[in-house]
Design a protein around this ligand. Structure first.
Ligand SMILES: [Fe+2]
Length: 251
């Protein structure tokens, strides 16, 4: 879900070499400090076969596709950086939402409806610990993407999305205030996972190296499992945090 690096193309090239189906959306950090859009164009050229931004990507041979939100979002409602405008033009919030809605309409009925964005939607709460809550500045506000929220509302009129995956808002809150909520389901039944566990690897109290993955499983169209998982490098599962069964939002 983006922020692969601060604009370093080497990691993007390595990701492209992974030997399995891949869907990717770029984050605000992936344009580096370049405002001209040139670095963003280089990133997009590298990921063009796996980029789902503002479109639908088929994860062939899996019976799954991913609908992408607005590329390179930095959250905060709706804002396009100079680099994004240089590459994509002055896209309005309404146009952005409609691109996402149009892409979702292309997902076959027999497949789950999965959306991936760099920042999550607005509407998931305005506390510092909300999935997209601003925790680095007082007052805390809902820092989610308004175009994504609008798109989800429109998509849900005909088909309720199964899963929305995003990053950008780190799990660890500022000033040692704990962790943000990163797994939830709203009253429509849409499941959300904020996958921004930063850093993705570390050492626990027992001295074990652990690697984080956000993990979703589907049974046909139905989302059957959603969790954060921490693995040892040999693939041993050490710890799992599950989507709470009864955690619903007002929306
Ligand atoms: Fe980000």
């Amino acid at each position: 879900m983006g922020d692969l690096s601060d604009g370093d193309l080497r990691l993007t090239r390595r990701l492209r070499q992974l030997p399995f189906p891949l869907a990717l959306i770029l984050g605000n950090h992936d344009r580096g400090r370049d405002r001209s859009g040139e670095l963003l164009r280089q990133q997009l050229a590298l990921v063009k076969d796996v980029d789902c931004g503002w479109g639908r990507l088929d994860l062939d041979p899996l019976p799954l596709s991913v609908v992408g939100g607005r590329p390179c979002s930095s959250g905060g409602g709706y804002y396009l950086s100079q680099a994004v405008e240089a590459v994509y033009g002055p896209v309005t919030l309404e146009q952005s939402a409609e691109r996402i809605v149009a892409a979702a309409a292309l997902v076959p009925a027999e497949q789950p409806l999965v959306l991936m964005a760099h920042c999550g939607p607005s509407g998931l709460g305005s506390d510092p610990s909300s999935p997209c809550g601003r925790d680095w500045k007082i007052p805390a506000v809902d820092w989610g993407d308004q175009d994504l929220a609008l798109a989800l509302d429109r998509i849900a009129r005909t088909r309720v999305p199964d899963l929305v995956i995003f990053g950008h808002m780190h799990h660890q809150l500022k000033r040692g205030s704990g962790l943000r909520t990163s797994l939830m389901r709203d009253r429509r039944g849409i499941a959300y996972v904020n996958a921004a566990c930063v850093p993705r690897s570390g050492v626990n109290d027992q001295g074990e190296t652990l690697l984080h993955l956000s993990w979703a499983e589907f049974s046909g169209r139905r989302l059957s499992h959603l969790s954060h998982r921490w693995y040892q490098p040999d693939g041993t599962l050490v710890h799992e945090e599950l989507l709470p069964d009864n955690e619903f939002l007002a929306c």
